[in-house]
Design a protein around this ligand. Structure first.
Ligand code: AMP
Ligand code: MN
Ligand code: MN
Ligand code: MN
Length: 283
């Protein structure tokens, strides 16, 4: 195969209402196609339930589709997100692993609500649940939508800065999955493991290097460089990490909702031309 797919408009990270997005998988597929996406993946948090609908919609739209998931994991006491691409959604170990993570979310949501109550916010469990199409997947995003609705804050960013983000009381830390489990499930399901939005983790540079090393040793192959969660200088920073560790590179908007996401599906800049895209051998 000689066709050069490097500059394909690939968008390999976004969320439907199966996790903390607001659109159905089919509506996202249509939006991706309308926006000129040429290779698309749906990567809901800890959940595969939207993939069938996404795949069927893509078949009708003639939009090349890659199965995906974004797995919550814990490494060195912090949360990291590992995207799995081109996974077999029927793989039993992967399905069981994700089910266990989702079970942890239910109890965590109760704890978040208790913490918010102490901060003067009543009824947030039920309130968040109203925003969650999938009650197994209660996320901080759903709590944030409730806090916005109730007028506690004006923007999503403010909600995370004051109530739900790193170091804030509403950010209840739990053990998600171990990094080796998350990568192992992805690789075991025939997929490619990719570090999601590395620029969002608050590791110092020694810890970050140890994280990249551990990920690579476990069989992780890729890293997101161009993502809706990075600023342009972080595109350059993580391109350099990819060169240093020999990672393939990925590109994804991390689109959640038209009114919340600052980068739309398919609206990302290109990847640096010297790096190998995660999709290089898929097209
Ligand atoms: P959870 O998996 O329940 O911990 O929720 C994490 C989700 O919250 C992420 O996937 C994002 O969608 C959202 N999120 C985290 N930090 C922010 C932020 N600063 N602004 C907006 N959304 C955020
Ligand atoms: Mn999210
Ligand atoms: Mn993420
Ligand atoms: Mn995401």
């Amino acid at each position: 195969m000689t066709r050069n797919t490097h500059f394909l408009n690939a968008d390999l990270h976004c969320h439907s209402l199966v996790s903390d997005g607001v659109m159905t998988p089919a509506a996202l597929a249509r939006r991706a196609a309308e926006n000129g996406v040429q290779l698309w993946s749906l990567t809901d948090h800890d959940e595969l339930a939207g993939l069938r609908e996404a795949q069927e919609a893509c078949r009708e739209l003639d939009l090349p589709f890659i199965t995906g998931v974004e797995i919550s994991a814990t490494w060195a006491g912090r949360t990291v997100h590992i995207v799995g691409l081109n996974i077999d959604p029927d793989n039993q170990a992967l399905k069981d692993g994700l089910e266990a993570i989702r079970a942890g979310r239910v109890d965590r949501a109760r704890q978040i609500a208790l913490r918010l109550e102490k901060m003067g916010v009543q009824g947030s469990y039920e309130g968040a649940l109203r925003y969650a199409a999938n009650p197994q997947l209660l996320s901080r995003t759903h709590f944030a939508r409730f806090l916005l609705e109730q007028g506690y804050c004006k923007t999503m960013q403010e909600v995370f800065d004051r109530y739900l983000g790193d170091g804030r009381s509403g950010n209840v830390r739990i053990h998600w999955s171990r990094l080796e489990e998350a990568v192992g499930w992805i690789v075991g399901a025939g997929g490619r493991a990719v570090i999601a939005h590395p620029g969002r983790y608050t590791y110092d540079s020694t810890q970050a290097d140890a994280f990249f090393d551990a990920f690579r040793q476990l069989g992780g192959e890729g890293i997101e460089v161009v993502t809706g969660s990075h600023r342009p200088e972080q595109y350059r920073q993580y391109a350099e990490v990819a060169r240093r560790y020999g990672f393939m590179v990925s590109r994804g908007s991390d689109f959640h909702a038209p009114s919340e996401s600052h980068i739309d599906l398919g609206a990302l800049p290109e990847l640096p031309s010297d790096l190998k895209p995660v999709w290089h051998d898929w097209m």
